[in-house]
Unconditional design. Structure first.
Length: 78
């Protein structure tokens, strides 16, 4: 079964931040990811980041790397 993955990395990041109740400055402070990078990601101006940054953001936001990258949910089958 193929599951449609809607949205962009930026939209998924913004949604996860909203669910976690965290703003960019706080997320930057807590993860060590520069706020400028978070802003670029959230606005889809940039979509690449190193593995450490990706894991730090996902851990703090309570999402999986797969969800951030392509919208996959836990248990999705490809």
């Amino acid at each position: 079964m193929v599951v449609a993955r809607l949205g962009t990395l930026g939209s998924r990041l913004r949604a996860a931040m909203g669910r976690a109740g965290v703003k960019q400055p706080q997320l930057a402070e807590e993860t060590g990811v520069p706020q400028s990078r978070i802003s670029e990601l959230a606005q889809d101006k940039r979509t690449n980041m190193n593995a450490r940054q990706m894991h730090a953001l996902c851990k703090r936001l309570g999402i999986t790397v797969e969800h951030l990258l392509d919208g996959a949910q836990a248990g999705d089958a490809d």
